[in-house]
Design a protein around this ligand. Structure first.
Ligand code: PLP
Length: 466
């Protein structure tokens, strides 16, 4: 990317030699995307990420002449699909049918077939789920949909690099990918449109990308996507080894906590995704502990962690809200060698074991009920570690001291002779800060589990947050 920024200055649509160099970078990248997805390069159009491509497919499908303005989807799709469909439903009266999934997160083909007894423009079915790693039988979905005259949009963002993806074999009509999911740059992706399928552009302007995506292409970002794709065969070659490490990791979790539950069953789905429920342990607390140890795991998708809503994927799979709040996703990076991954997986298991055995710095976990009586105590200092937009939504507790981002940089300023209690918006930042502060001082430190969202929702505070 740096080389392109430094030396390729042309606009790929211009008619001179400098421009030709830029156009060559694009065509090279298009060939790589096409070959990674098993389709012709001419069917690939660069976009500013997978969300934009999904918007183009969904919004375009209902604008085509003869559209029946009916779209079928599963409730476990990514927000780029679900939120766009909600918008189309609300603002344009499009009929959106959300088909149920079973407890493993898999679409029922008979229900799909029934729903298609009425005509539909499109069926949205992602190949692999980004939270649970569950893989759908997209070939079978396409077979049913095509038989009933509907086209299929398949989000292959999460699957790419973690399993072979062959769009031609699956016979999907539209698909999207995102570079940042395969270690490429953020803000760049691609849209696949099967030859012969009509799809209007999302916005108007120039004729770039065969008229499917107006605007000068981000040549350096596209070169970054291409570079990431060059590593894909090696990553795919690692997949079996990654799956073996995953199995050991799951067995390790089961050994240290026999009650652990796996969302999609042990060993199934994407080779690298472990989605585990730790009964009785709020995911925000375990996530905070692991983050404090330098281990990045997630609870729900990255697009959701600023909200307190439990994962829509788990809820759709029939999990209770408590179960959804006790679940974490561990992603094993298939770009690493299985040998290195195995070493890292053992470290993560060790840290979880430390947590379960109480071998963690002594930090108090407070609930809204246990924090309430402390609020008037002058020996207690409540530290509000939130962004200003969050404070507008839920006002700070009375007498709380507000610290700004980056929160960790204010720890030194906090008085040493008071019981410091951190509160954040949804419970992810406060435990990290509490453990960090506890490392450098002897006095008591605590945090509010579930953050101000839990405070707001607790029975005594529903009407009055203070
Ligand atoms: N689809 C899935 C399955 C994702 O996980 C993501 C995001 O990471 C997207 C779509 C959106 O991709 P982008 O961030 O490129 O818009």
């Amino acid at each position: 990317m740096v080389r392109i920024l430094e030396s390729i200055h042309g606009n790929p649509s211009s008619p001179h030699r400098i421009a030709h160099d830029a156009a060559e970078v694009l065509e090279d990248a298009r060939m790589l995307v096409g070959s990674a997805l098993g389709v012709e390069p001419t069917s690939i159009h660069f976009t500013a990420g997978a969300t934009e491509a999904a918007n183009q497919v969904l919004r375009g499908a209902v604008r085509l002449p003869g559209s029946c303005r009916r779209i079928l989807t599963s409730p476990t799709e990514h927000a780029s699909v679900l939120a766009t469909l909600e918008d189309l439903e609300r603002s344009e009266g499009v009929q959106v049918v959300r088909l149920p999934v079973d407890s493993r997160g898999v679409l029922d083909l008979r229900v799909l077939e029934d729903a298609l007894s009425e005509p539909a423009d499109l069926v949205c079915c992602m190949l692999a789920n980004n939270e649970t790693g569950v893989v759908q039988d997209v070939g079978a979905v396409v077979e049913v949909a095509h038989r009933r005259g509907a086209r299929v949009f398949c989000d292959v963002v999460q699957a790419l690099g973690k399993m072979p993806v062959d769009l031609a074999a699956m016979d999907v009509d539209f698909a999207n990918i995102s570079a940042h999911k395969i270690h490429g740059p953020k803000g760049i992706g691609a849209l696949y449109v099967k030859s012969g399928c009509a799809l209007p552009a999302l916005h108007t302007g120039g004729h770039q990308e065969e008229g499917r995506r107006a605007g000068t292409e981000a040549v350096h970002d596209i070169a970054g996507l291409a570079q990431a794709l060059r590593d894909l065969p090696r990553q795919l070659g690692n997949c079996e080894g990654v799956r073996a490490v995953r199995k050991e990791f799951e067995e390790g979790l089961f050994r240290i906590l026999p009650e652990v539950e796996f969302a999609s069953g042990r060993g199934t789905g994407l080779c690298n995704t472990v989605h585990a429920r730790f009964p009785g342990i709020p995911n925000s607390v375990l996530l905070g502990w692991l983050d404090h140890q330098g281990i990045a795991v997630s609870a729900g998708s990255a697009c959701n962690t600023s909200s307190d809503r439990p994962s829509h994927v788990l809820t759709a799979m029939g999990r209770k809200e408590t179960a959804a709040r006790e679940s974490l996703r561990f992603s094993l990076d298939p770009a690493l060698s299985p040998r290195l991954l195995r070493r890292q997986a053992r470290i993560v298991l060790g840290k979880i074991d430390d947590y379960l055995r109480g071998k963690v710095p002594d930090v108090q976990l407070l609930t809204p009920a246990t924090l309430s009586p402390l609020l008037q105590d002058p020996r207690v200092l409540v530290v509000d570690a939130r962004h200003s937009v969050d404070r507008k939504w839920i006002p700070p507790l009375s007498r709380a001291v507000q610290i700004s981002w980056p929160f960790g940089s204010h720890l030194e300023e906090l008085p040493k002779d008071r019981f410091v209690v951190f509160v954040c918006q949804v419970g992810f930042d406060a435990p990290i800060l509490a453990w960090k502060l506890r490392k450098s001082r002897k006095g008591p430190v605590g945090f509010l589990a579930g953050g101000m969202m839990a405070w707001k929702c607790s029975p005594n505070n529903r009407s009055n947050p203070n």
